[in-house]
Design a binder for this molecule. Structure first.
Ligand code: PA5
Length: 475
């Protein structure tokens, strides 16, 4: 993607926060005085992120991903080219941060019915992200792929995640039974030196592997090989994604609420959360962007949902992310958002120019209730509905703000991802919590180990078995 300075400016994503303020919301909005009162938090949060950026020991290595991957990107592009030539299908095996990013980028930047297109109209192999261990899903994937013609990208930082490793065991067994060399059909994305995938790679005699750096946690890894390899296989311009991220990073280097959109969005959300807005709805008005909500839900929930500050003080903070899709969810959830409890902030993702316009032809001239639509486009319709919903929420005194993407492409998606990552890092710093750990997720992983008899978890297994035999039922 060619990007002149002028083009970059045209593609800059913007934040419209009017409907978070008292301008149209009156007493329910955030006043300038309140915002001024939180300036100290925002200054401190920005300084914290700036001072610690790139520090692996604090899991802030993700801030440098737009800049430090020149060689890796070359390797990814060459590997992706070879995969496109050799394989008919590409399957990501991973979960959480290892899966949500690849799904999001696939959906955002590829044809919405990509897998159904004929090969000549696709830039890469058919694409699947298997982020669950539902046995039906596993079996039914195998009904539509031929393992001998498939490349499996096993993504796991720890190499110890039960879901991903169970999938790997099934797939490697099938590959062996099909008489092919497992090593030729798998690519690992994992830690540089630790973890089970490193050991497996050695056993198999050296599997092509990409490294997920020490300072990059799963949910901040989309701009690392975790997301970049699957994207490159799909023919997505990963350099433009990284350029978009770097562009947003540059904008957000300024420690000034009026100029730094991610800092302002974090501060407004922090104020809202402090005032009891415990639910954050993300509502893209774009089918291409619908899985941004899934990716964001993990980022926001896993990063901010904490019970202890960095100073060791108990707290229970965070905001429950809710995924919605415009306009679809106008006809299901918006009733609640407009008239239910005042406990939400709605974030809209709006698109300035869709890649298709889909004109609506004239017709039904004798029925004005229908004919008024003729001569417009579906782009105009979805944009009007987006504005109308923001207006209705504002009239009802509900906090909402809009992130505008001039278009959906690699450059704007890169900006958006970095915007959300920075917003999350700032908000975590305002709460003074560890934004980058996930002890709550680890607890569930360990209980699964115990239930399935992993050595070292015997005591927990006894506790779980006892609880299983002591249940209260209605039969
Ligand atoms: O954000 C995170 O760290 C988690 O969601 C992980 O990505 C997820 O649990 C998978 O872990 P791993 O990459 O070790 O398999």
């Amino acid at each position: 993607m060619k990007l002149t300075d002028e083009r970059r400016r045209q593609l800059r994503i913007t934040l419209d926060y009017t409907n978070m303020t008292d301008k149209y919301l009156g007493a329910r909005g955030i006043s300038q005085r309140t915002l001024d009162g939180y300036k100290w938090f925002s200054k401190q949060a920005h300084a914290y992120v700036m001072q610690n950026r790139g520090k692996d020991e604090l899991f802030m290595g993700w801030t440098e991903l737009p800049y430090n991957q020149t060689e890796v990107v070359k390797d990814i592009i060459a590997t992706a080219r070879a995969i496109r030539k050799k394989f008919e299908a590409f399957v990501v095996l991973g979960i959480g941060g290892s899966a949500l990013g690849p799904t999001m980028a696939f959906n955002a930047l590829c044809h919405l019915h990509y897998n159904d297109l004929p090969r000549t109209k696709r830039k890469g192999p058919r694409f699947f992200v298997e982020d669950n261990v539902d046995p039906v899903r596993m079996k039914e994937l195998l009904d539509v792929i031929d393992v001998k013609k498939t490349c499996f990208n096993v993504i796991s930082k720890s190499g110890a995640t039960s879901e991903t490793m169970a999938q790997y065991l099934i797939i490697s067994d099938l590959l062996r039974k099909a008489g092919v060399d497992v090593k030729d059909h798998v690519i690992f994305t994992t830690d540089a030196s630790r973890g089970n995938l490193v050991k497996i790679s050695k056993e198999l005699g050296g599997v092509k592997s990409f490294v997920l750096g020490d300072g990059v946690g799963g949910r901040f890894s989309e701009l690392s090989p975790v997301g970049l390899l699957p994207a490159a296989v799909l023919g997505i311009d990963i350099k433009a994604m990284l350029k978009g991220a770097a562009y947003m990073d540059r904008i957000c280097k300024i420690n000034d609420l009026r100029k730094n959109p991610a800092l302002l969005a974090a501060t407004l959300q922090f104020i809202a959360m402090s005032e009891g807005k415990n639910i954050g709805v993300l509502m893209p008005y774009s089918d291409n962007l619908r899985y941004v909500s899934d990716w964001y839900a993990q980022l926001w929930a896993e990063s901010l949902g904490k019970n202890e500050t960095l100073a060791g003080k108990p707290c229970n903070v965070g905001q429950t992310p809710v995924k919605a899709l415009g306009v679809t969810d106008q006809h299901s959830q918006v009733q609640l958002y407009t008239e239910g409890p005042y406990d939400k902030v709605v974030t809209f993702l709006s698109v300035g120019s869709y890649k298709e316009k889909s004109p609506i032809p004239h017709g039904c001239e004798n029925i004005p209730d229908v004919s008024f639509l003729g001569g417009h486009t579906m782009e105009e319709l979805i944009q009007a509905e987006n504005k109308a919903t923001a207006y209705a929420l504002t009239k009802a005194g509900r906090l909402n703000y809009t992130i505008n993407l001039p278009e959906v492409n690699e450059f704007t998606l890169g900006q958006l991802l970095f915007f959300f990552e920075l917003q999350t890092a700032y908000a975590g710093a305002m709460f003074n919590i560890n934004t980058f750990n996930q002890p709550g997720v680890e607890a569930g992983k360990k209980a699964t180990f115990a239930l399935l008899g992993k050595p070292g978890y015997e005591a927990q297994k006894t506790e779980l078995d006892k609880a299983a035999s002591d249940r209260d039922y209605i039969v």
